[in-house]
Design a protein around this ligand. Structure first.
Ligand SMILES: C[S@@+](CC[C@H](N)C(=O)[O-])C[C@H]1O[C@@H](n2cnc3c(N)ncnc32)[C@H](O)[C@@H]1O
Length: 283
């Protein structure tokens, strides 16, 4: 079963965590009248029923996330990455300056909304005079639905939301809080499996691909970041999770350090021997 899950979404579940699979898939086995996990496995493997597969993906993937997760990447975004991009892009165009950002495994939306709040803080006239869009994608239907609704419980808001941001960008509802339309309008939500080719996606100036590739096998992870380079502008920026590093991926990304955090840019000289040495020295 863990191999099948890996084929569906890339997530590797440790053999010792078989109980996790059992716990999460039992309700689906019941729903599809499977008397055993082996029956569930065969149905899933051979019927190619997309709804069935989606239910398994929704049940098995971990949507753990929070607003402004790890704080420092968002400070680097606000004080370093976006100002540099704005400078570079403003010189290139006449008319509205265009910036594209991708939150590549956005879970229930806290990540793209945090990015959107940073943008609004930095560019108060973003709706009038700028062409800024965030694409937020995830493999989980359920996660994307919640993200798109932009509704959060008090508990979810309590995890990372700053009071001044809550006041400015959310409206109180009887059960919690709802993102204001102005913030929501900066984001397009879409289902996307990171294992599949990125068709009609990009190019992006900034990509957040945080806390997902760590669950993939090394080759799958390497291939993912190779494909990410292809949809990142040459002077674009990539953020990964705080416990992740791209050092082992090879020379195609160079690490940059700011605000006690690390993020990456495509390495223009990735194919030259000189750069291999430079990157190794920098890391
Ligand atoms: C732990 S959450 C991380 C959310 C957010 N990026 C953060 O750092 O807070 C991982 C997310 O990756 C999604 N995911 C798992 N496999 C995926 C795949 N193959 N393609 C796209 N998203 C995937 C899960 O549904 C989940 O929402």
């Amino acid at each position: 079963m863990s191999r099948l899950i890996r084929d569906l979404c890339g997530v590797v579940i440790d053999e010792h965590k078989g109980y996790l699979i059992e716990q999460r898939l039992t309700p689906i086995a019941d729903e599809y009248n499977c008397k055993s996990f082996s029956e569930l496995y065969h149905k899933l493997r051979y019927t190619h029923d997309e709804n069935f597969e989606q239910k398994v993906i929704d049940a098995i993937t971990t949507q753990e996330t929070l607003f402004f997760r790890d704080t420092l990447p968002y400070e680097a975004l606000q004080y370093k990455v976006l100002p540099e991009l704005i400078d570079a892009r403003e010189k290139q165009v006449i008319g509205k300056t265009r910036i594209r950002i991708w939150s590549a495994a956005c879970s229930t939306g806290q990540e793209p909304y945090s990015i959107a709040m940073v943008i609004c803080e930095l560019i108060p006239d973003v709706h009038e005079n700028w062409d800024v869009q965030i694409l937020a994608t995830d493999i989980s239907d359920e996660a994307i639905k919640q993200a798109s609704r932009g509704e959060y419980s008090e508990y979810e808001i309590g995890r990372g939301m700053k009071p001044e941001m809550l006041k400015k960008y959310f409206i109180k509802t009887p059960t919690g809080w709802k993102v204001r339309d102005e913030l929501r309008s900066l984001i397009a939500f879409r289902k996307l499996n990171l294992l599949k080719p990125f068709v009609g996606v990009g190019p992006f100036d900034v990509i957040f691909c945080r806390n997902i590739a760590i669950y993939f096998e090394p080759d799958v992870r390497k291939d993912l970041f190779k494909r990410i380079t292809e949809v990142l502008t040459p002077d674009g920026y990539l953020f990964v999770g705080s416990s992740e590093s791209l050092i082992d991926i090879g020379p195609q990304f160079k690490p940059l350090y700011h605000c006690r955090t690390v993020f990456y840019q495509p390495n223009k000289f990735a194919n030259t021997t000189d750069t291999l040495t430079t990157v190794a020295a920098a890391t």
